[in-house]
Design a protein around this ligand. Structure first.
Ligand code: SAM
Length: 171
């Protein structure tokens, strides 16, 4: 069986539908988010997309640095929490949240994509992450590697691996 076929099988028949998560809901600690956004040099002029945004904490932190930021999550409860948190933080005008399957999210407008998902999900996303965002865009990942795509920067921060990949120039 090919690795890609194994990944599709791992997702299961109901993947991408409400209540069938490709990764469980865990939160990235705030100090780690600061470090990830520093690695990506996030700031005004950036558009960050967080695939699987949970309570919106990465999106909100990026918006506080002046970036436009978009969060996508398949769980409607998470999206409601994220929207409320963005209003509370005073960054609703810089943020947008969408309840959708991250495999359906287009990445062309992203200058930064953030990922805290699972190894097999990274594997499935990798071809699109290399091709869709603008060349030079940064991919920042918490915990999980990207098979067959060595990161430009990799470090251990608070006992967990952080990685940064850069989208290559178009051939
Ligand atoms: C490990 S949490 C990360 C949350 C947030 N990005 C953070 O770092 O704090 C993974 C998130 O992905 C969401 N998720 C899982 N499968 C998804 C899918 N197919 N499409 C969109 N979101 C998904 C879950 O609901 C969960 O909120």
């Amino acid at each position: 069986m090919s690795e890609d076929r194994a990944c599709v099988d791992l997702r299961g028949p109901f993947a991408g539908t409400s209540g069938h998560l490709d990764a469980p809901y865990w939160q990235t600690p705030m100090p780690v988010i600061d470090r990830m956004l520093n690695l990506a040099e996030a700031g005004p002029g950036d558009t960050l997309i967080d695939l699987g945004c949970g309570d919106g904490r990465i999106v909100i932190a990026a918006a506080k640095r002046g970036a436009r930021a978009i969060g996508v999550d398949i769980d409607a409860a998470r999206i409601a929490e994220a929207e409320a948190a963005a209003r509370e933080a005073g960054v609703a005008d810089l943020t947008a949240f969408r309840c959708e399957d991250l495999f359906a999210t287009r990445l062309e407008e992203a200058s930064i994509v953030s990922l805290y998902l699972a190894g097999h999900v990274n594997r499935m996303l990798a071809p699109r992450l290399r091709a869709e965002p603008r060349p030079g865009a940064r991919i920042i990942g918490y915990c999980f590697p990207m098979p067959d795509w060595p990161p430009e920067v990799s470090e251990t921060f608070e006992h967990v691996a952080l990685s940064l990949w850069r989208v290559p120039p178009r051939p």
